[in-house]
Design a protein around this ligand. Structure first.
Ligand code: 1GP
Length: 255
C-alpha cells in the first residue's frame, strides 16, 4: 500500500458504513472456535446484520490458527476479516486487515509501541492492511487488563478516558476502542463514552460486556460508532440477545 492509498480498502469500507450510522463487529476467537465453527458463526452473524468479523483472543494464538479462521470466514461471508491481535504471533496473510493498535494504558512498553516495531515489517510483507487504533482498557478490564498489565481507567474517570482518547487522535490514530474487557459484567459506562465522543472526531468503538439490547441502545445513544460483541455468541450462539443487539444497531442506522 502506498501513502496515497491510505486509508486502505477495509478502512474505507468501515468509514463508508459509519457515515450512514453505527456498525457492529462480531468477535470470534480462533482459539475457541475451530475454523468450521468460525465460518458458521460469521455466516449467521452477517445474516443478522453484523458488518465485519474481528478475529482474536487474548491467549493461545498462532499464525496457523489465525490463518485457518480467516480462510473459513472469508469463504463464508463477503465482509472483511480483521485481525484483533494479541501480538505479532496473530498475524496471517489470509485476513484482510489488522487493527494496528497501541494499548494506551498498559505499563508494558512493548504493548504501547515496541511490539509494533517488530510487527510492522511483517504486516507489510504479508500485505495486510493496518488500521491504526488507540485501545483503551476501562475497569474491570478482565483478562486483557491482567495480561496487558493495564492501569485501567476507572469507570467514573471520564476525564482520563477523554484525555487518552484525544491523545490517540492527536498521535494520528484513526479509531479509538473503549474496552471493558471480554466477558465484563457490565459494558463501558455511558457517561464515559459520552465524554470521549465530546472531544474526539475519530470513530469510537465500544466493546466488552455488551449482552443486552438496552445496553447496546444506551451505548449507541451515547454516540458509539461501532459495537463489538464476542462472548454472547460464544455462550448463546446467534440467539435472541445477539439478534436484539443487532436490531438496535439497525435502528440506529435508519434514525
Ligand atoms: C472483547 O470487546 C470485546 O475484546 C468483546 O467483549 O466478549 O464481552 O463481548 P465481549
Amino acid at each position: 500500500m502506498t501513502e496515497a492509498e491510505r486509508p486502505g480498502r477495509v478502512e474505507r469500507y468501515l468509514r463508508d458504513l459509519m457515515r450512514e450510522g453505527p456498525i457492529h463487529f462480531t468477535l470470534i476467537d480462533p482459539d475457541k472456535s475451530p475454523s468450521a465453527t468460525a465460518g458458521r458463526v460469521a455466516q449467521g452473524a452477517v445474516a443478522e446484520g453484523s458488518h465485519a468479523i474481528l478475529l482474536g483472543g487474548s491467549t493461545g494464538m498462532s499464525p496457523e490458527k489465525m490463518g485457518a479462521a480467516a480462510r473459513a470466514v472469508k469463504g463464508s461471508v463477503p465482509v472483511p476479516a480483521i485481525i484483533f491481535p494479541e501480538g505479532p504471533g496473530s498475524l496471517s496473510r489470509d485476513a484482510d486487515a489488522v487493527l494496528f493498535m497501541s494499548l494506551l494504558n498498559s505499563r508494558r512498553l512493548d504493548l504501547v509501541v515496541r511490539a509494533h516495531a517488530k510487527a510492522a515489517p511483517v504486516v507489510r510483507a504479508l500485505g495486510l492492511e493496518p488500521i491504526p487504533l488507540g485501545y483503551l482498557v476501562i475497569a474491570p478490564g478482565m483478562r486483557v487488563g491482567e495480561v496487558g498489565e493495564v492501569d485501567v481507567v476507572s469507570r467514573d474517570d471520564t476525564a482520563a478516558a477523554a484525555g487518552y482518547a484525544l491523545a490517540a487522535e492527536y498521535l494520528g490514530m484513526r479509531f479509538v476502542y473503549l474496552e471493558a474487557g471480554s466477558g465484563a459484567p457490565a459494558p463501558v459506562p455511558v457517561p464515559l463514552v459520552e465524554a470521549v465522543k465530546a472531544v474526539v472526531s475519530v470513530p469510537v468503538v465500544v466493546g466488552g460486556g455488551i449482552r443486552t439490547a438496552p445496553e447496546a441502545r444506551a451505548l449507541l445513544r451515547a454516540g458509539a460508532n461501532a459495537l463489538v460483541t464476542g462472548t454472547i455468541t460464544e455462550e448463546e450462539g446467534l440467539g435472541p440477545a445477539f439478534r436484539g443487539i443487532l436490531e438496535e444497531v439497525r435502528r440506529a442506522r435508519v434514525r
